[in-house]
Design a protein around this ligand. Structure first.
Ligand SMILES: NC(=O)c1ccc[n+]([C@@H]2O[C@H](COP(=O)([O-])OP(=O)(O)OC[C@H]3O[C@@H](n4cnc5c(N)ncnc54)[C@H](OP(=O)(O)O)[C@@H]3O)[C@@H](O)[C@H]2O)c1
Length: 227
C-alpha cells in the first residue's frame, strides 16, 4: 500500500511537525507525509534527506533553549504534532539504576515533549492533534517487560499521565500512541513489526475523523491500552 493511498487526502492540505525525524519511526513518518503532499517540519539533531514539502529544523529535546528556538522558527499554523523523539534507558534493572540517569531519560522523554508543547501553543491550528508516541511499556496493567529498563518504563508512564493532563487542559486533541515493537535502532532486529507499516498505520489513525478521542491511550490500530 502506498503511503499516499494509505493516509488519504486528509494529509495533503495539512501541516505536520514530527520530532526525532533523523531515523527510525520518525523518518518513516516524514517520508510518508512528504510522499502524500503534506507540509512537514522535521525536527532533529541532524539534518535529514531533502524531501518535497519538508523543512528541517534543528532540535535537541534535552535542551530547553533548543526547544524554544525550534518553536520560534514556525511561521504557519500546525495541524498535527507527532512527539516521537525518545531514548531507551539502562537495561540493568534496579541494580544499576541511578538518579542521574533516571533524570536524563525523564528530561528527554517527558520534559522535552511538554516544553515543546507549551512553546507550540501559539502555533497550533484550532483543531490540532498532538500525538505523543508512547509505549505499552508505560502501562501499569499491560506494560510487563522483562528487560530491566526502569527509566524508560517510568518515562512512558509519566508521558501517559501528561497526555491525560493535557487533554484536560487543552482544547485540541491529545493522544498517547504505542507504535508496536518495531525494527529500529531502539526496537532491535528481532522486533516483529516494520516501522514503515507502523508509520502508515499511525498516519491513517490520526487523519481518520472517527479516530481516537482526546485523552486516549491506544495502539497504532486505535485499540485502547489499559493505563
Ligand atoms: N522501536 C520500538 O519497538 C518502540 C516500541 C514502543 C515505543 N517506541 C517509541 O517510538 C518512538 C520512536 O522510536 P524508534 O524506534 O524510531 O527509536 P530510534 O530508532 O532510537 O530513534 C529515536 C529518535 O529520537 C531522536 N532523539 C533521541 N534523543 C533526542 C534528543 N535529545 N533530541 C532530539 N531527538 C532525539 C533520535 O535522534 P538522533 O538520531 O539525533 O539520535 C531519533 O531520531 C519513541 O518515542 C519510542 O519510545 C518504539
Amino acid at each position: 500500500m502506498s503511503p499516499a493511498s494509505n493516509t488519504g487526502s486528509a494529509t495533503i492540505n495539512a501541516s505536520w511537525l514530527v520530532t526525532g525525524a533523523s531515523r527510525g519511526l520518525g523518518l518513516c513518518l516524514v517520508r510518508q507525509l512528504s510522499a502524500s503532499g503534506a507540509r512537514v517540519l522535521a525536527l532533529s539533531r541532524s539534518t535529514g534527506p531533502a524531501l518535497p514539502g519538508v523543512t528541517h529544523v534543528a532540535y535537541d529535546q534535552s535542551d530547553a533553549a533548543s526547544i524554544t528556538a525550534a518553536a520560534q522558527a514556525i511561521s504557519t499554523p500546525i495541524d498535527y504534532v507527532i512527539h516521537n523523539a525518545a531514548i531507551r534507558g539502562d537495561t540493568g534493572g534496579l541494580a544499576s539504576l541511578t538518579a542521574d540517569h533516571l533524570a536524563e531519560v525523564m528530561r528527554i522523554n517527558v520534559a522535552g515533549p511538554l516544553l515543546l508543547t507549551r512553546a507550540l501553543l501559539p502555533h497550533l491550528s484550532p483543531r490540532a492533534t498532538l500525538a505523543f508516541i508512547s509505549s505499552r511499556a508505560g502501562s501499569f496493567t499491560e506494560g510487563h517487560d522483562p528487560d530491566g529498563d526502569y527509566a524508560y518504563c517510568l518515562s512512558k508512564a509519566a508521558l501517559n499521565r501528561a497526555v491525560a493532563k493535557l487533554a484536560d487542559d487543552l482544547s485540541c486533541r491529545v493522544l498517547a500512541l504505542h507504535p508496536g515493537w518495531l525494527r529500529t535502532d531502539m526496537g532491535g532486529d528481532e522486533a516483529p513489526d516494520d516501522p514503515e507499516t507502523a508509520a502508515a498505520r499511525i498516519l491513517s489513525l490520526l487523519v481518520n475523523p472517527k479516530g481516537p478521542r482526546t485523552g486516549s491511550y491506544c495502539d497504532s490500530y486505535g485499540k485502547p491500552i489499559l493505563p
